[in-house]
Design a protein around this ligand. Structure first.
Ligand SMILES: Cc1cc2nc3c(=O)[nH]c(=O)nc-3n(C[C@H](O)[C@H](O)[C@H](O)COP(=O)(O)O)c2cc1C
Length: 407
């Protein structure tokens, strides 16, 4: 793992996560002190100039988002950490929260100072009870040490819904309502939790902040690809020799991820496809393996970086079967609030099951393509908009597999 560059995971495995003194001895909370010596506008300018973009999937400039919340007049503002991590194959946020929870708290506290918030929440998936214990212990220690000042942080647990990772559904869930997305705009930095300005950032995004404040925007902006600088934690699963995680600069190619860090395809088989960014990610064929894992580079090949999960399929895998299972996942996880997603994910699931069972017609492929396009334009939130991507890209790049299954 010599080629790794650890910024977010800088303390992972090196300090006791349940001992705040070890975090402080490693330089922890130095960035928060430095930030408090700056004006909020200077601090936001620094984060903006670093070009840190959200690591939760949408890739929005973090400093720009903070600026919206900073400028919005309100008697109360909130900082929320999105630790829902519902994307199958992704466990990067868990690594940070288990291995170095104080770095997350410090990143959130810097954000709170920048926008003028006194209350924060960490929305953690319900499947991570041990992480919740670690977070609560870390918060208690930070409180006892007084490092967070007047900023309070509480943990809220999700209940297993994938859609609750979407920031407005997450906000509704914290408010005690059913987890369904809101219509955007208005966006949370202006109208968020309890209709107050709210920053929602991913765990990995917040954990980058102390290093950026400490070492400066220019240092960070110079790492990896210029349009999406820094590092990305990759979680590698599927048919690879090393099913593992690593943090690499964003100019690292898919080829290096799978054949370098991953040690290549397991069982001496050949590569078939890779799905990047989680369940809603595109299926990528061998022709694009030299693409870097940066946000824009992935978009340029019709894919998305998403959460940074990398799922590899070898030559023996039935991509139609895999895609049919994914379609079932989305039909199950659609919250049902908007018709294009509620109906679209169901129809997509039906069509994929029919094709997978050997009963599909050529017309069903055309219908899937049309349905997918309509969903990507018309669904209310990213769940329905992105759900067709694996189906459509599998049809595009692996049409022979589909043809072979038609009746
Ligand atoms: C269906 C759906 C699920 C999502 N799940 C997550 C998640 O588990 N974690 C996350 O950080 N962002 C998730 N997002 C993205 C969030 O809506 C939001 O963009 C993100 O939390 C913003 O933080 P960032 O700018 O730091 O990336 C999801 C989006 C959608 C549409």
């Amino acid at each position: 793992m010599a080629e790794e560059m650890r910024i977010v995971l800088r303390n992972y495995g090196k300090i006791d996560p349940l001992n705040i003194d070890e975090y402080i001895a490693a330089g922890g909370y130095g960035a928060l002190n430095k930030a408090r010596g700056m004006s909020p506008m200077d601090l936001i300018g620094e984060v903006k100039a670093s070009n840190l973009r959200g690591r939760g999937g949408a890739g929005f400039n973090c400093g720009m988002k903070w600026n919206f919340a900073c400028q919005a007049p309100a008697d109360q503002k909130y900082v929320i950490c999105n630790a829902d991590e519902g994307e199958p194959g992704t466990y990067k946020d868990r690594l940070i929260m288990e291995g170095d929870p104080q770095s997350l708290l410090e990143g959130m506290a810097i954000c709170a100072y920048a926008i003028g918030a006194t209350q924060g929440y960490i929305y953690c998936r319900g499947e991570y009870p041990s992480v919740v214990k670690t977070l609560n212990a870390a918060i208690a220690q930070a409180k006892e040490k007084g490092v967070l000042g007047d900023f309070s942080i509480e943990v809220r647990m999700g209940a297993g819904a994938y859609v609750c990772g979407e920031e407005t559904a997450l906000i509704e869930s914290i408010e005690g309502k059913r987890g369904e997305p809101r219509i955007k705009p208005p966006f949370p930095p202006v109208i968020g939790l309890w209709y107050k300005p709210t920053i929602v950032n991913n765990v990995e995004t917040f954990a980058n902040i102390p290093a950026i404040v400490e070492k400066g925007a220019a240092w960070y902006a110079g790492i990896g690809t210029p349009t999406y600088p820094g590092t990305k934690i990759v979680t590698l699963t599927g048919d690879v020799v090393n099913k593992t995680f690593f943090e690499v600069t964003t100019d690292t190619t898919i080829q290096e991820v799978i054949f370098g860090f991953g040690g290549g395809i397991s069982g001496g088989k050949a590569f078939k496809a890779v799905q990047i960014g989680g369940t809603s990610g595109a299926f990528i064929p061998a022709a694009h393996l030299d693409t870097p894992i940066g946000f824009d580079a992935m978009s340029s090949i019709g894919a998305s970086l998403g959460s940074g999960a990398v799922f590899v399929l070898d030559e023996s895998r039935d991509i139609v079967d895999v895609t049919a299972r994914i379609a079932r996942f989305f039909a199950h996880e659609s919250c049902g609030k908007c018709a294009p997603c509620r109906e679209g994910t169901m129809r997509m699931h039906d069509l994929m099951d029919k094709i997978n069972a050997g009963q599909g017609q050529t017309a069903d492929i055309a219908l899937l393509n049309k349905l997918g396009r309509v969903m990507s334009y018309s669904c209310l939130c990213g769940l329905g908009q992105a759900a067709p991507a694996p189906v459509l890209t599998a049809i595009e790049h692996f049409s022979a597999d589909y043809d072979a299954k038609l009746a």
